[in-house]
Design a protein around this ligand. Structure first.
Ligand SMILES: [Zn+2]
Length: 420
């Protein structure tokens, strides 16, 4: 391609992605509306609409509203043109689902599964569940256009491989993408679970409409997903938002699993709280309502004790909330979000957790950064990471860069050779 042809092709892809985006998100419904919204000439609009209809991405269904004269044909996105497969691999469970091209989860399944069993055992089960779901939802959907996987550890986003994930023995550098691409003939994207939860909250959860958002998960560990101007921030390698290892206590003697001292996660994460509860019990202390051994105490036991007013349990969670508040105050000053969403078992453990986090954040962040800031709890939903995984696929498939690689062949299968 010479320079002029290349330039023209980029212009074409730009306008194609723009037109698709407008119809896909329901902002326009006819050619005259596209022309008004984009400023493209009638010929360009007609050409792009035909190309999108040829690929089956949009259809004409009836008449749109007329702004005078004959009513134009109504254009709609074919959300059932193909299926997306999504999965969230948790530490102790897996969730899988099938989604439409708009990211709606049509069906999902969840079951216990240990990530520590390694990639072969876990992914074999995920594949079986995918196959069952696809078999149960046949017919109109046709082929699979993309697969999105969330894992509980750091992922190098470009390659889709986990990188030294602390709670995923056997998964370091495992080629999840290559395995699933060769099995399903569809492009695969992998990200960490907290990023997908942030995406899920952004598109479908309580964050609907907030384009500057921080999602913080306080579970066994601590992690965050950052959305800035409507885009998930992955950073250079994919680890943006991995805030659990930010030092929040100088001169701390608490050693983190990463090898440093004073990390947020080592002080305020669920594993750290459990460790302190075990030491407390082993040293002869008691926890209200709990009569098991020190080794078998769980976060649920601590949460129930805290609800009953047990002083030790309550102090653990309140202390965690204050630490998380300090961490968030820093994030709020860096990122200036309009919404912070708290998720994870520790954040949901006590009524006072959210109140304490708010108090610390509003006390420590600058006045301007908190002027329109809302801090809220995530609504517990098994689907949120699955929705996020679907959203990840959609953002990739329909971005200008990726669209250019497959639109002419009418199937994202063409991305497999180019996705590195
Ligand atoms: Zn650490």
């Amino acid at each position: 391609m010479d320079d002029i042809a290349r330039r023209q092709n980029l212009d074409r892809l730009d306008s194609l992605a723009t037109v698709l985006d407008l119809i896909r998100t329901g902002r326009v419904h006819s050619k005259p509306e596209i022309a008004r919204e984009t400023g493209f000439g009638r010929t360009v609009v007609s050409m792009r609409v035909s190309e999108l209809m040829d690929s089956g991405l949009i259809v004409e269904d009836g008449l749109a509203q007329s702004s005078g004269g004959r009513a134009p044909r109504r254009l709609s996105f074919s959300e059932s043109r193909a299926l997306l497969l999504v999965a969230e691999l948790g530490a102790t469970s897996i969730s899988v689902g099938v989604a439409t091209l708009t990211g709606e989860i049509i069906a999902s399944r969840r079951e216990p599964s240990a990530i520590a069993d390694g990639p072969d055992v876990v992914l074999t089960r995920v594949e079986t569940l995918f196959d069952d779901l696809v078999a149960a939802n046949p017919g109109e959907y046709g082929e699979i256009w993309g697969i999105g996987i969330g894992v509980p550890g750091p992922v190098e986003y470009r390659s889709g491989r986990p990188v030294s994930p602390p709670i995923m023995p056997g998964w370091d550098a495992y080629p999840i993408r290559e395995r699933l691409e060769s099995r399903y003939g569809a492009p695969v994207w992998v990200d960490n679970d907290v990023n997908l939860m942030a995406l899920g909250e952004h598109r479908a959860g309580i964050a609907d409409g907030a384009d500057n958002l921080v999602f913080v998960k306080i579970g066994s560990g601590i992690g965050a997903g950052l959305i800035s101007n409507g885009r998930l921030q992955r950073g250079d390698q994919g680890v943006a938002g991995d805030v659990g290892h930010i030092e929040i206590e100088a001169d701390s003697s608490v050693l983190c699993r990463c090898g440093n001292y004073g990390c947020a996660e080592a002080i305020a994460g669920g594993s750290a709280l459990l460790q302190r509860a075990r030491e407390h019990l082993a040293g002869g202390g008691s926890i209200s309502g709990y009569d098991g051994t020190a080794a078998s105490v769980t976060l649920d036991d601590l949460a129930s004790a805290s609800q009953r007013g047990d002083r030790f349990a309550r102090d653990l969670f309140d202390g965690s909330a204050r630490s998380v508040g300090r961490l968030l105050a820093t994030l709020v000053n860096i990122q200036n979000p309009s919404l912070v969403v708290l998720g994870g078992a520790v954040a949901g453990s006590s009524d006072s957790y959210l109140a304490i986090v708010k108090e610390v954040v509003f006390g420590r962040s600058t006045a301007l950064a908190t002027r329109d800031l809302t801090i809220a709890m995530s609504r517990p939903s098994a689907d949120i990471a699955l929705r996020g995984a679907a959203q990840m696929i959609i953002e990739q498939l329909f971005s200008r860069d990726e669209l250019g690689h497959w639109i002419d062949s009418h199937s994202p299968r063409a991305l497999i050779a180019t996705a590195v």
